[in-house]
Design a protein around this ligand. Structure first.
Ligand SMILES: Cc1cc2nc3c(=O)[nH]c(=O)nc-3n(C[C@H](O)[C@H](O)[C@H](O)COP(=O)(O)OP(=O)(O)OC[C@H]3O[C@@H](n4cnc5c(N)ncnc54)[C@H](O)[C@@H]3O)c2cc1C
Length: 252
């Protein structure tokens, strides 16, 4: 593969803990909550890829060994000059500690984050990109669209209905298809698979990014590979696993 098309891994030496203070809560849909935080300790924060994650150290909970529970969230946006940081929370039906904290959070509340410890940077040298995911992937998808406003990008995003579609900042060559399935079927890949199979054509000039429930990600990745897409032109992650708290899955 061309050097310029290789996915790069970067390690960040600045992945220390920081304290965020809740400034504002904005419901972007009934089940999708953006929290804008303030942080005065932000100069050396580094996030090189839209699908980076920070660890949230959730106050008030207790995990094994007396540690606070930790969960992965996307740095949706950050502004070092203004000292602000945004995390978007997909509010799911069986809230674990992170979701419960976000629902209850009030301006002035604090939470610690750590990371990102590293970034996996997808090359911008492809002609087109597919971004496929569920509600938990929307923060990374939105950030990618905003960072690549002129790229040719297809988005397939699964949400539970029209009122859960969120406003995306779209460039001229960004194409979005919302796929509806009930929240109770978030671990069933059928709806996304049907939409994918009717549109997707494998191509050496296309990169496919997938993030959703682990089983859904596995099924989508297999479908994309079966269609003839090169393994090196796919990045697939399980952002959560049905019935398991704090469980992610890698498919590389
Ligand atoms: C790299 C990365 C980035 C991520 N970024 C974001 C982000 O920006 N915003 C975001 O909302 N999520 C994001 N996630 C997903 C998030 O980490 C998980 O959803 C996490 O499990 C939520 O923690 P919790 O404490 O609410 O639930 P947990 O205690 O982990 O789980 C409790 C129960 O809820 C179920 N569950 C967990 N997540 C979901 C879900 N999304 N939908 C339906 N059921 C679920 C579990 O199967 C379990 O049964 C990301 C994950 C990864 C790996």
């Amino acid at each position: 593969m061309d050097e310029e098309r290789k996915t790069r891994r970067i390690r960040h030496e600045t992945a220390r803990r920081r304290t965020l203070t809740v400034a504002e809560k904005i419901h972007l849909s009934p089940s999708y909550l953006a929290i804008r935080f303030e942080c005065s300790d932000f100069e050396d924060f580094n996030s090189a890829s839209p699908d980076d994650h920070v660890k949230l150290f959730v106050p008030g909970g207790s995990a094994t060994g007396g540690r606070p529970p930790m969960r992965d969230y996307t740095p949706r946006s950050f502004d070092k000059a203004a000292n602000t940081f945004v995390i978007d929370f997909a509010l799911h039906d069986e809230p674990g500690p992170a979701t419960a904290w976000a629902i209850a959070a009030k301006p002035g509340d604090t939470i610690e984050i750590g990371g990102p410890r590293g970034s996996v940077v997808i090359s911008d040298a492809f002609r087109s990109y597919w971004l496929i995911g569920d509600e938990s992937a929307l923060p990374a998808i939105q950030r990618r669209l905003e960072e690549w406003p002129t790229k040719h990008i297809h988005v397939l995003a699964a949400v539970s209905g029209p009122d859960e579609e969120i406003a995306l900042q779209l460039g001229n060559d960004h194409h979005v298809e919302w796929v509806h399935r009930p929240a109770s079927a978030a671990a069933d890949a059928s709806a996304l698979l049907n939409a994918l199979k009717s549109r997707f054509q494998p191509d050496e000039d296309t990169f496919v990014w997938i993030a959703a429930e682990a089983g859904v990600t596995r099924d989508l990745r297999e479908a994309v590979l079966a269609a003839g897409q090169s393994l090196s032109h796919i990045k697939a992650s399980g952002y959560w696993t049905l019935g398991h708290a704090d469980t992610t899955a890698k498919f590389d």
